[in-house]
Design a protein around this ligand. Structure first.
Ligand code: IMP
Length: 181
């Protein structure tokens, strides 16, 4: 583990340890398992790629529930600010009508991605849609989206690691690092 990593000429400092992430994922898994204990069907987890793939992989292995999983890819993230565009690159593979759906996000920054995506999901008439995000930047999105399960609230800093990237780099880091400004 390094205290600093460098990508694209930018320095990032250690922000959230592997242990803290793992504790947070376990806590979320417990809350989610408890919340859906009454449904007599698999919970449909929809992971928003690319950033949430590591979180999703860890989360599903800690859940005490039957799940079915789907992946969608909504946009590419460029640079250190949101682009404000949502493009569908990979669409839902299976029908969600009448199902319990939990959307899995890595981080909610402006909330724009989720806002547009949830609106589209509603048209497919699932029984229920809830959202789980490992990280949330409330100072940026001002709670425009209802987040049902949140791992950690963080300040509006740009971060990488544990699936999150800077122009495609840094996703493999087991810890989360924040941009040094
Ligand atoms: P939003 O639409 O602004 O909420 O952005 C959501 C997506 O932007 C997330 O799923 C991430 O992929 C990406 N993103 C937002 N903040 C960060 C960050 O600090 N580091 C890396 N990616 C981020």
């Amino acid at each position: 583990m390094n205290n600093r990593v460098y990508y694209d000429g930018k320095a990032f400092e250690l922000f959230i340890s592997e242990e803290k992430i793992s504790d947070t994922v376990d806590r979320l898994a417990q809350d989610i398992s408890k919340h859906y204990a009454h449904i007599n069907e698999p919970l449909v987890l929809i992971s928003i790629l690319d950033g949430s793939f590591i979180f999703m992989a860890d989360l599903i292995r800690s859940l005490d529930l039957e799940v079915s999983i789907q992946f969608v890819k909504l946009k590419s993230y460029q640079g250190t600010t949101s682009r404000g565009e949502v493009a569908h690159i990979l669409k839902l593979q299976e029908d969600i009508k009448g199902k319990y759906v939990l959307v899995i996000e890595d981080i909610v920054d402006t909330g724009l991605t989720l806002e547009v995506f949830i609106e589209e999901l509603r048209k497919k008439e699932p029984a229920e849609i809830k959202v789980c995000s490992l990280l949330s930047k409330p100072e940026v999105h001002n709670n425009i989206i209802d987040l049902d399960f949140v791992g950690m609230e963080i300040p509006p800093d740009f971060i990488i690691g544990y699936g999150l990237d800077l122009n495609g780099l840094g996703r493999q880091l087991p810890e989360i690092y924040r941009l040094v400004v």
